[in-house]
Write a protein that binds this ligand. Structure first.
Ligand code: PHE
Length: 460
C-alpha cells in the first residue's frame, strides 16, 4: 500500500473553525455530566476552587504545549513525537494517548447513549408527572437494563464514525461551528430557571461556598483529573487538532479561548444543576446519574419544559458528539498516518474495536456484574483511571517533552509564528512547563494515591 501522502493532509479552514472544533472537543459530557457529579461527590465549593486553580495553572500550559507539538510536527500524537524526537522512546507518550482515546471513548459512548435515550424520552414526553424518586428509579432501571443502552451506544458510535470519516473541514469543522453557540444559549436559559426555583439558593451555596473540610487528597486529585478530562488534554486529541491548525494562527489565544469557553460551560452547568439538586431533595453525591435525574426535574417545572428538554438533550448529544469525534480522530489519524490504512478503513476499524470495549462498559452497569475490580465496575474503572491516572500522566510527559526536550527555539517559533507575533509570555510559559506544571501534577498525583501525605483523608 502507498505511504500516507503528507502533502495532502487535511486542515481547518478558518480561525473560528479551529476554536469551534477544539472547544467542541473540550465541551462535552465532561462539563455537563461529569463535572457536576464529581463536584457533588467532593463537596462542591472547595472542589470548584481547586479545579479553577488547576485549569489556569496546569490546564492552559498543557493545552498550549499540545498545540505547539502538534502544529510543529504536523502529525498524529505518536508520529509527532517520533518526528520531533527521532530514535528515542518519546513516541510511547503518543502511544499512551492513543490507548487513552480508546478507553475514554469506550465509556463515553455509554453515557452518550444515555443522552440519546433521554432525547427520545423528551420527544415522547416520557418524564411527565414523575417525582424525584421515580425519576431516579427510571434512570437506574434503564442504566442497568443491557439492551436498550447498548442500542443507543451503537447508534452514537455510528454518528461519530460518520463525521470522522468525512474529514476535518467538511466534517468536524462544519458541524461544530453551528452547534456550539446554540448549546451556550440553552444552558443560560436553564440556569435562569434553576436559580429561580424555590429552595434552590442552597445549591448555589453548595457550589460557590468553599468548605475545605469536605475536600480530601483524593478530591484534589479528582479536580486535577477533571480539569484534564474537561479540557481534552493529556492524551493527544489537541496534538492532533493542533496539527491541523494553520501556521498563521495564534496558538496562545486559541488555547485561552478554548479554555475559557470550557470553563464557562462547566460553571453554567453547575449553576443549572445544584439548585435543582437541593430544591428537589436529591443527594449531591448521587454519582453518574445526577444530571439525568435533576435536569428532567427542572424541565417539568418550566413553562415550555417540553420544548426546552427536547432541545437540551439534542444539544447535549451534539456536545458529546463533537467530543467523541476528537477522540476517534486520534485513533484514525494514527492509523492512517503511521499504519498506512486509508481513512475510511481506519475509521471503521477504530470505531468497531472501540465499540467492542464499549459494549462491556455498558454491560458492566447491570447484566455483567462480575466485570469489576473492588468497588468499581468496568465503566467506573475506565472513567476513574483515564481521567485521574492516564491523562495527568500523559500531560506530565507532554509538558516535560515540550519544556525540556523539544528545543526552546522550536517552541518559541510556534508561539510567535516564526517571529511574526511578539508572544511576550513565552518565557513565563517556558518556566511553567519546565517547573510549575510538572511538579504540580506529580505532587497532586502522589498525594492522591497516598504516597505523599500533605493533608489527610480520602483513599483511592
Ligand atoms: N473534554 C471532553 C468532555 O469534556 C472529553 C474528552 C476527553 C474529549 C479527552 C477528548 C479527549 O466531554
Amino acid at each position: 500500500m502507498a505511504n500516507f501522502d503528507f502533502t495532502k493532509r487535511d486542515s481547518f479552514g478558518s480561525k473560528m473553525g479551529i476554536i469551534a472544533a477544539a472547544a467542541g472537543s473540550a465541551i462535552g459530557l465532561g462539563n455537563i455530566w461529569r463535572f457536576p457529579y464529581i463536584a457533588g461527590e467532593n463537596g462542591g465549593g472547595a472542589f470548584l476552587l481547586v479545579y479553577l486553580f488547576f485549569i489556569v495553572v496546569i490546564g492552559v500550559p498543557v493545552m498550549l504545549s499540545e498545540f505547539v507539538i502538534g502544529r510543529s510536527a504536523q502529525r498524529n500524537p505518536l508520529g509527532a513525537l517520533k518526528n520531533l524526537a527521532p530514535k528515542t522512546y518519546w513516541f510511547l507518550v503518543g502511544f499512551l494517548g492513543i490507548a487513552a482515546a480508546f478507553f475514554i471513548l469506550a465509556f463515553y459512548t455509554t453515557v452518550a447513549g444515555w443522552t440519546l435515550e433521554y432525547l427520545y424520552l423528551a420527544v415522547t414526553n416520557g418524564f411527565q408527572g414523575m417525582g424525584a424518586d421515580q425519576m431516579s428509579s427510571m434512570f437506574e432501571q434503564f442504566r442497568t437494563s443491557g439492551m436498550r443502552p447498548l442500542i443507543w451506544q451503537a447508534i452514537f458510535m455510528f454518528f461519530t464514525a460518520f463525521i470522522v470519516y468525512r474529514g476535518i473541514k467538511n466534517g468536524i469543522e462544519k458541524y461544530t461551528k453551528i452547534l456550539m453557540p446554540a448549546l451556550l444559549l440553552i444552558i443560560i436559559v436553564l440556569c435562569i430557571r434553576a436559580i429561580t426555583l424555590p429552595g434552590g439558593g442552597e445549591g448555589l451555596v453548595f457550589l460557590f461556598k468553599p468548605d475545605f473540610s469536605k475536600l480530601t487528597a483524593n478530591g484534589v486529585m479528582q479536580a486535577l483529573g477533571q480539569s484534564f478530562f474537561s479540557l481534552s488534554i493529556g492524551m493527544g486529541a489537541l496534538i492532533t487538532y493542533g496539527s491541523y491548525i494553520s501556521k498563521k494562527d495564534n496558538l496562545g489565544i486559541t488555547a485561552i479561548s478554548v479554555t475559557a469557553a470550557d470553563l464557562v460551560i462547566a460553571i453554567l452547568a453547575g449553576i443549572a444543576i445544584f439548585p435543582a439538586v437541593f430544591a428537589f431533595g436529591i443527594q449531591p453525591e448521587a454519582g453518574p446519574g445526577l444530571v439525568f435525574i435533576t435536569l428532567p426535574m427542572i424541565f417539568q417545572q418550566m413553562t415550555g419544559g417540553y420544548f426546552f428538554s427536547l432541545i437540551f438533550f439534542l444539544l447535549l448529544s451534539i456536545a458529546a458528539l463533537t467530543s467523541t469525534i476528537s477522540l476517534l480522530e486520534v485513533v484514525v489519524a494514527y492509523m492512517s498516518e503511521e499504519l498506512n490504512v486509508n481513512r475510511k478503513k481506519s475509521t471503521i476499524i477504530g470505531a468497531v474495536s472501540i465499540a467492542v470495549l464499549g459494549v462491556f462498559c455498558t454491560l458492566s452497569q447491570g447484566p455483567l456484574p462480575g466485570l469489576r475490580i473492588g468497588e468499581r465496575n468496568l465503566f467506573d474503572l475506565l472513567d476513574f483511571s483515564s481521567a485521574n491516572i492516564m491523562l495527568p500522566l500523559g500531560g506530565l510527559l507532554i509538558v516535560i517533552f515540550a519544556g525540556w526536550f523539544m528545543g526552546v527555539d522550536k517552541v518559541f517559533d510556534e508561539l510567535s509564528n516564526g517571529g511574526k507575533l511578539n508572544a511576550r509570555y513565552k518565557h513565563a510559559f517556558l518556566f511553567i512547563i519546565r517547573f510549575i506544571a510538572p511538579i504540580g501534577i506529580a505532587l497532586v498525583f502522589l498525594n492522591g494515591i497516598g504516597i505523599l501525605n500533605f493533608f489527610s483523608g480520602g483513599d483511592l
